[in-house]
Write a protein that binds this ligand. Sequence first.
Ligand code: 4NP
Length: 154
Amino acid sequence: MTRVLFVCLGNICRSPAAEGVLRARAAANDIALTVASAGTGGWHAGEAADARMIKAAARRGYDLSSHRARQFSDADFHEFDLIVAMDSRNLADILDMAPSGHGAHIQLFLDFAGQSGCDTPDPYYGGPEGFERVLDLIETGADGLLSMLAHKRR
Ligand code: 4NP
């Protein structure tokens, strides 16, 4: 079973949303996946997802209520097959930590949404429309990621 880890900065907005959306869509398509998320920063470790993201995701049918933030760690390079960075800063931080010989594939999230090299914008300091925009991007990227995994299986 493929193990996918989404990584953002705080693990309270973007990566928990990506985790929830991918988990729901994989289940709807009968695709067995392990999905988790983490943040490169540890300031919010142990906290729930941002209340604004929980509400915006719930309106689209995704339940983020059980999420608790945690910090990305070295062990993740061995525990996940695919590590997905939500933006290029997250990607650089992950690559800086990568031990030699790890087996994980590391990729930028919006590569899966047909927007190679682009960042999933951080909605934390903005208004409600930022959360909707991020969820739109995440839904597109999650579908792209699922179809990549489905093709790999054939
Ligand atoms: P996230 O958003 O990386 O999408 O979870 C952020 C959440 C918190 C902070 C930054 C980004 N922060 O600086 O506390």
